[in-house]
Design a protein around this ligand. Structure first.
Ligand code: PAF
Length: 290
């Protein structure tokens, strides 16, 4: 990593990924390329953030495809660190962000958020970017990273970027390719969130009602949580005031997906941030589409 950093000059942007790139990742890369002199992307499937070994085993991968896509986006350097380059020996250190990282994903995937925070800390220390780009789909991850950067004094600007959806609403995730026939069922999560967003846009601010819109759309047993939270602290809130986010997680067979809508309320009302939609099937499905 030190070598990679030595090669990069000017304002350096970092886009950390776990590979099997989709248009969400590419939008981060494109933004970094537009805003920075040099863009470094990383591809590292971080074992520390997988609470379930089976999930790590089946995580999709195609490094050649990822390298070609990153290059086509204008990424200057793709760093694919070997495990021993990331950590000389299995790390005994964990970076935990109290509270923010312990709720939600922290409850349902013990160790996950600390695994993310630890690896991102390692990447920031090793690559010393000026700006680092993360998607808003992982709203809690973004809150955790923003806070750890602030607490540990990393001289980096954390840039949150729009969530990207398929044209039918499913939030892009590399794991979507594993949904198979359950993909249609999984659409229930984004459908519920869109209903909540519509209600918010029509003036509804009560968490009970917004959360119920999601619960009503998702089949029994699939939903892990639907919670209205304050965006920077991820604390649950009863009313959508200021910057809030309705965060959700659900399981469809062995595949767990997360999704959210940002709900920003001000004196003039409010507007839901549903992310951006592709006009075509994501490239994770190959040229045949879904
Ligand atoms: O969002 C991801 O893909 C991962 O959590 C990250 C930030 C690359 C850390 O492994």
């Amino acid at each position: 990593m030190a070598e990679a950093r030595a090669q990069a000059g000017g304002v350096v942007g970092l886009v950390p990924t776990m590979g099997f790139l989709h248009e969400g990742h590419l939008s981060l890369m494109e933004r970094s390329v537009a805003e920075c002199d040099q863009t470094i992307a990383t591809l590292y499937v971080n074992p520390l953030q997988f609470d379930d070994p089976a999930d790590l085993d089946r995580y999709p991968a195609d490094q050649d495809r990822d390298l070609a896509l990153a290059e086509a986006c204008g990424v200057d350097l793709m760093v694919v660190p070997r495990p021993q380059e990331m950590f000389a020996s299995p790390p005994l250190t964990r970076v935990t962000v109290a509270g923010i990282g312990e709720r939600l994903e922290g409850e349902f995937r013990p160790g996950h958020m600390a695994g993310v925070a630890t690896v991102v800390t390692r990447l920031l220390a090793g690559l010393q970017p000026h700006r680092a780009y993360f998607g808003r789909k992982d709203a809690q991850q973004l809150a955790v990273i923003t806070r750890l950067v602030q607490d540990l004094g990393f001289p980096v600007e954390v840039v949150g970027c729009s969530l990207v959806r398929e044209s039918d609403g499913l939030a892009l995730s590399s794991r979507n390719v594993l949904l198979g026939e359950r993909r249609a069922e999984a659409l229930a999560l984004s459908r519920g969130l869109m209903r909540a967003a519509d209600r918010f846009d029509h003036g509804e601010k009560r968490a009970t009602v917004l959360e119920a819109a999601v619960r009503g759309a998702v089949p029994d047993g699939a939903l892990e949580y639907a919670r209205l939270c304050e965006t920077s602290t991820m604390t649950r809130t009863a009313v959508a005031e200021g910057e809030t986010v309705l965060v959700t997680a659900a399981r469809f067979g062995p595949v767990r997906i997360i999704d959210n809508v940002g709900l920003v309320a001000d004196r003039s009302g409010g507007s839901a941030d549903r992310g951006v939609r592709l006009g075509h099937p994501s490239l994770i499905y190959g040229s045949e589409g879904t």
